[in-house]
Design a protein around this ligand. Structure first.
Ligand SMILES: *[C@@H]1O[C@H](CO)[C@@H](O)[C@H](O)[C@H]1NC(C)=O
Ligand SMILES: *[C@@H]1O[C@H](CO)[C@@H](O)[C@H](O)[C@H]1NC(C)=O
Ligand SMILES: *[C@@H]1O[C@H](CO)[C@@H](O)[C@H](O)[C@H]1NC(C)=O
Ligand SMILES: *[C@@H]1O[C@H](CO)[C@@H](O)[C@H](O)[C@H]1NC(C)=O
Length: 453
């Protein structure tokens, strides 16, 4: 509790205040699916194939007029595990979901079901939808493994399945759980996908061109044993999840990108150049150890979940589940407390921000789902449990450290206002003696730096 408050204080103090510009676009008490007829829906419920209370949205993606949602099969009664809603349909803010690509693809009666339990999807700029399927169902009830984790790639023009890459032995381990995905799509023919294994920490790199994958190991993928405590909505629990958030910068002059990453149970952020990861020989050799960079810590209680980098503005958006918050960092600036800000925070509507995306129309999307309540307690279906927020990226970062200031102010004045900001930070942190030492150091450092610059 104490550290929770300190963390909040710190984050609040990190930079200028966000102006909480996200607005709810969709919200549900429980999820529903679009069956062909009402009879089919009722018989699915009667047979226990559809148990609305067991369906929780987890990942989201936007492409064209479709907003995709994953609903992992953590319990029985999830009739479809990847579906979408039509953004063009403005008649309701609680639409029923339409299975993707078809009902058939979700049938567990098949000898080898097409889709078992994906957590994340990513629509690339080439019209393909990448789906990372753990292929494990019932982790909260009765675990069933349908096969090795797989990467599916669909053509969004006609929803055809283009590729199915099943991870070869050795690239997943005992306890593996692949829950996060990033796709490096600057070149449509030479695209790379990165899949994060949180259970047995590792990163699997997939080359679209070579139709081959390899597994990369690094200590930075591991959870920090001191960062396993969570307290969300009065539920206290401990997790020990490794590699989780992944985000790709736009290509650098080299043609490669920077992959930002963090374990879920960690307050640190790291990065690595994809030039290292994309070369199989290099990526699987121990010599690359030093190529991985430590960016720094966000401070106490700032374990981060999903993250996404808006390549246009270079702003990295990330979820802070312990704080019911979404925050940002402008990657063009040093990773420090002054360059990060809160975008949105709510103890009521943002309980477990589960996924974050920016679409090709500069819209920021955030999904919150009360996951700890779903896992450790029970969702109350009289209240709203799942929300999707949306905001224009520029609006979302307005008045935060992530705003790209296009003001005509000369540089000196901007620097001066930076210093003013740090003074404000000083005041707000002064109530938190434990934090004072470390934030003071950062603050004096940054004041020094801004003066020297
Ligand atoms: C959705 O709406 C947009 C404009 O709001 C329109 O351009 C587009 O054609 C619509 N798409 C579909 C599939 O209805
Ligand atoms: C985590 O929580 C437990 C139980 O509340 C507590 O005993 C422990 O000190 C906490 N650990 C850390 C690293 O904060
Ligand atoms: C991959 O890295 C190895 C070792 O540094 C190097 O010899 C090789 O040329 C690289 N391959 C490619 C395709 O760049
Ligand atoms: C949100 O919850 C935290 C922890 O319970 C509390 O410290 C904080 O004051 C709350 N914030 C608001 C705005 O209610």
């Amino acid at each position: 509790m104490l550290s929770a408050n300190l963390g909040l204080l710190l984050l609040w103090a990190i930079a200028a205040l966000g102006n909480d510009n996200l607005r709810v676009a969709y919200e549900w008490r429980e999820m529903d699916f679009k069956y062909d007829t009402e009879d089919l829906r009722w018989s699915a419920i009667e047979r226990g194939e559809f148990k609305p209370a067991n369906v929780i949205p987890f990942g989201l993606e936007v492409s064209g007029h479709r907003l995709f949602i994953t609903t992992p099969r953590w319990r029985t009664g999830v009739p479809a595990t990847l579906s979408y809603l039509d953004l063009n349909d403005t008649t309701t803010d609680k639409p029923a979901l339409k299975p993707f690509p078809s009902w058939q693809a979700h049938s567990l009666q098949e000898t080898e079901p097409e889709l078992v339990s994906p957590f994340r999807v990513r629509a690339d700029r080439c019209g393909r939808l990448w789906v990372l399927d753990s292929r494990i169902s019932g982790v909260l009830e009765q675990t069933k493994v349908y096969g090795a984790p797989q990467l599916l790639v669909y053509d969004l023009h006609n929803d055809d399945l283009l590729r199915r890459h099943i991870l070869p032995a050795g690239q997943y381990k005992m306890g593996s759980l692949f829950a996060n995905l990033a796709v490096e799509d600057a070149d449509c023919e030479n695209t790379y996908a990165y899949a994060a294994d949180l259970g047995s920490p590792g990163l699997v790199v997939y080359s679209w061109k070579d139709q081959e994958s390899w597994r990369v190991q690094h200590h930075f993928f591991h959870p920090d044993p001191m960062a396993g405590n969570f307290s969300i909505n009065d539920i206290e629990f401990q997790w020990d999840d490794g590699l989780y958030g992944l985000a790709l910068s736009k290509p650098l002059e080299t043609g490669y990108s920077t992959l930002y990453f963090h374990p879920l149970c960690s307050t640190m952020e790291f990065s690595v150049d994809t030039g290292i990861l994309r070369n199989k020989t290099l990526a699987t050799s121990p010599e690359i150890y030093r190529e991985f960079k430590v960016l720094g810590s966000r401070g106490p209680n700032t374990q981060a979940g999903a993250e996404f980098l808006d390549q246009e503005t270079g702003v990295l958006f990330y979820a802070l589940p312990n704080l019911n918050e979404v925050a940002c960092w402008r990657t063009a600036t040093d990773f420090g407390h002054n360059s990060q800000s809160r975008i949105y925070m709510s103890n009521d509507t943002l309980i477990f921000p589960s996924d974050i995306k920016v679409d090709d129309q500069k819209r920021l999307w955030v999904l919150s789902n009360k996951l700890p309540v779903f896992i450790y307690d029970e969702l109350y279906y009289g209240s709203i449990n799942f929300r999707i927020f949306m905001a224009n990226v520029n609006e979302a970062v307005k008045n935060t450290a992530c705003e790209i200031r296009t003001s005509p102010l000369p540089d000196v004045i901007n620097k001066f206002s930076d210093i003013l900001n740090t003074n404000i930070n000083l005041k707000t942190t002064s109530g938190a003696p434990l934090m004072l030492a470390s934030s003071l150091i950062t603050i004096s450092l940054s004041v020094l730096m801004s003066i020297r610059l």
